[in-house]
Write a protein that binds this ligand. Sequence first.
Ligand code: GDP
Ligand code: MG
Length: 414
Amino acid sequence: MGQLFSSTPKDEDHGDLESSFTEYFKNYKEESKIISKETVRLIELHLKKGNIQGANSAISDALKNIDTVPINVAVTGESGAGKSSFINALRGVKDEEEDAAETGVTETTMAITPYKHPKIKTLTLWDLPGIGTMKFPPKDYLEKVEFKKYDFFVIVSTTRFTKYEVDLAKAIRLMKKNYYFVRTKVDSDLENEKKCKPRTFDREKTLNQIRSSYLHILRDNGISEPQVFLISNHDSSDYDFPVLVDSLFKELPAQKRHNFMLSVPNITEAAIQRKYDSAKQFVWLEAMKDGVLSTVPIVGILKDSDVEKLEASLSHYRVLFGVDDESLEFMAKDAQVPVEQLKKNLKSPYLLQTKNEETLGGKLLKYLEKFASANGGLLATGLYFRKSFYLQFHFLDIVTEDAKVLLREAYSKI
Ligand code: GDP
Ligand code: MG
């Protein structure tokens, strides 16, 4: 192991770097990558020519772009359709929380209200007035709401979509933006159906009936490949909510996927896994950027500044994956169990606790060794990352597992 960590890249390693880079991104489907094909190609080109400086700056630019590019989501629909509830569900904010979008209120103004995501500062959800209320032709409506700034539109309804909304969708497409038809409150539909037909009630059948009636109407109104997502804002893990989130993720430009995915609450294991995949690519790029220019020998102990940075990155991951102390307290209160009970099956809260004589640096080195022996493949790629990056991968693994454990526990209680 010593050798793997102690060398710095030599000139003849550039070919290796290029193939390692190419190989790494082959692990991810095009739709899951957090950098675009063009960026991947550009970096490969630099590496092929041995232009480490160029590769480094292309990776830097890509990372900076991922960190700073704004993501704006437009949510439109008539009053009562469930816009505010949908925005809260996407932000992972409970309706009663302080900065929640107020639900159940009839709007008296035509105001456009932005809601910033509590964890991802670059993501804003915009609550737009319904087009039916505004009585504007679609083009004027889109001008009024400044359509250019949105990445996509979510058109929310709890009844059938009106002609206004269908025309709006067509206009959005003409402007080369994506839209998604979302039908809220399907939980209520199912409940009603169950009450009316207690003996013959069939959940899937009812959902399919609702879906096909919508697709029918949309097709009749000239939408050629209609899609409608049936959701409940009160249960974002169920119905089409997770499928909707997945579509939004895949259809975003690559550089926006990372932050969008990190913003999504832990609704399903698949969503947690996507978060993990995004975060891992990000750290990998950081490591690559740092590593390929690294001239410092990577032997010996971890520097204090590295240890501090690692502590900070673990807390950051815990927040992003919803397993930080505050989130755990919150969850415990919701589930009416002591927080210790939630914590006892988790690893991340205790990861950096030291006992007796042990130093944090020493503990981290032990993790590093364990991680290295468990991930032979990663270390065999011919890359020389700094130690701290392997530990960041380790933290990501632990935090992701914790998030999955919590999700499973939440389900086992229902
Ligand atoms: P807005 O006017 O479009 O912002 O709609 P709100 O989000 O304020 O929702 C109006 C009402 O519908 C509120 O009482 C919500 O709690 C309720 N509501 C919203 N979405 C759902 C849903 O998916 N299922 C159920 N059962 N109720 C919902
Ligand atoms: Mg509202």
